[in-house]
Design a binder for this molecule. Sequence first.
Ligand code: CA
Length: 439
Amino acid sequence: MSMLDHTHDAALRSWVESANALGSDFPVQNLPFGAFRRKGSDEPLRIGVAIGDQVLDLQLARAQCPWGSGIDELLAPLAEGDLKPLMGATPALRRTLRGALSLALAEGSDQAPFLELCLVPQARAEMALPCAIGDYTDFFTGIHHATAVGKLFRPDNPLLPNYKWVPIAYHGRASSIGISPQAFVRPNGQTLPAGATEPKFGPCQRLDYELELGVFVGGGNALGRPMGMEQAEDDWFGIVLLNDWSARDIQTWEYQPLGPFLAKNFATTISPWIVTREALEPFRMPFTRAAGDPQPLPYLDSAVNRESGQIDIALQVLLQTKTMRDQGLAPAELSRSNFRDAYWSVAQMLAHHSSGGCNMRTGDLLGTGTQSGPEPGQGGSLLELSSGGKQPLKLPNGETRTFLQDGDCLILRAHCERASARRIGFGECRGTVLPARAG
Ligand code: CA
């Protein structure tokens, strides 16, 4: 069942020296895709591959370097800035291109003299959304988040009875998804202040983040033809970090009976590099249910899912306030957690989403929901870390936070680590809060 190959060899090194540094997020075993142009230029976007602290420009690489048969066809749309043909390609074709890129960037490659001229320092690259995102759906797979938040509202009955049977989600808004680093304006909205009998309209007072991953859909399915677990496992392309910025006071007032609306659609930030399903292969784990929990219904179950449905991705949240920036202080860690604690797998999200006939399309994005850990202090949002705003969080420089203030910069990071594999990372998802607009 294992899909490990030469691209995952932990001993593999790159002729791009920065990729061999132990802490690098982008060693030659990773090879994530992103869209970029040179900073300050108006050149058309093209697709690049992150390697060490560089980007391999696939437009230049296709033009200036000889490639094996079949590879040029796969590179052609990427050179034009279009990632979707690769996202929608079969897993075999995606693996073929990964194999070719791995050979080209590995130590001893005879393509190195050509490709050396096709590198752009990441510091000089301006990243863009990797593709046009048609639809965005946000799931709720973090059971520790669902339980902790449920407790704030229903101490005796935190988890609703459907949670362990159905992957819960809502349809989000694709138009306001932005790329890291993003600065966004604090939303205005309608809220019901504590003790008031009538709502008011004004700046959000309880602005929060949510630590999530985003899954990009690969092949998709036709309307009325659910994809099923087997196809779902093949049809996700890769994963990014995702911050689902949330206006808690707006959410509290508006969410019943139809769920989140304006509390969630003013900004969503994703990290620029899509770490592919193939790169994550060494970090997969069995999918299990705790004793006493229901097993997934047959349409959400498969042998592959049971064997390797979970993915071990370590997650971290950091905050740098404006005062910390002014004082030259590094960002402070707020929490850590891991995607392996998610209650539903990536394939289950896709299989469930399409199970009624809904068509998933290449480039659609699925949020995983907030990934909180099982312990107190591992909450993936301030709502959890501050117990609903009742217990301010103390930062190392003496500042406190219940919710985000203007000027706060929130940073998400993630990486995968195993004894038998090379560590790979996701880069950063960084967002800064700007003051609300007047009126
Ligand atoms: Ca969310």
